[in-house]
Design a protein. Sequence first.
Length: 124
Amino acid sequence: MTPKDGHGPGPGQELLEDRLRDALDARARTVGPDSLRRATPPSEQVGRRSPVRVTALTLLALAAALACVLLALGWVERQGGEAPVEPAHPHERTTRPPSQAPSPVPAPSDLTQPSPVPDSPVPD
């Protein structure tokens, strides 16, 4: 199998590839279920954290939980027995005197006619 551009493997390389392919095929035929064994577990613990880091994260989590509880208790107290605060100025309904009627809008037929231009003196 040589590519058409002439840059493929030479005759010596084809022989080498055939020998490698045969060797790999022979090795694959010798492997059976009896020759396989279970993988050994890793000897080092992966991702082990230092005790200082574990302690710091634990304290941070406890502080966050305490803050949530205190905020919830404060919210519950506000929702409890206290009456709602009245506004500073009670809202009074006021009635305004009727305003003047708006000026009439010109009809569409009036808009299509050009408006008269006042006569202006023509300079001599």
